[in-house]
Design a protein around this ligand. Sequence first.
Ligand code: FES
Length: 70
Amino acid sequence: MYVCICNQVNERAIAEAVRSGARSLDCLITALDVATCCGKCADDARRVIDNTLVGDAYAGGCDLATDAAA
Ligand code: FES
């Protein structure tokens, strides 16, 4: 799904950029030109950054039991 219509940037492209190290809106602006036209996509782009980071953290597993025992 497109997040930035003006620059035709979709959610997948943003997630890939985040996984490559673009972890702020400023980084996405540099990498993909997100939010550089009307700017209406800025909040949605931030949400994709957050969701990607949280989703990847959960996908990587959680060591709460190990951490609690330490
Ligand atoms: S929708 Fe992203 S700049 Fe307009």
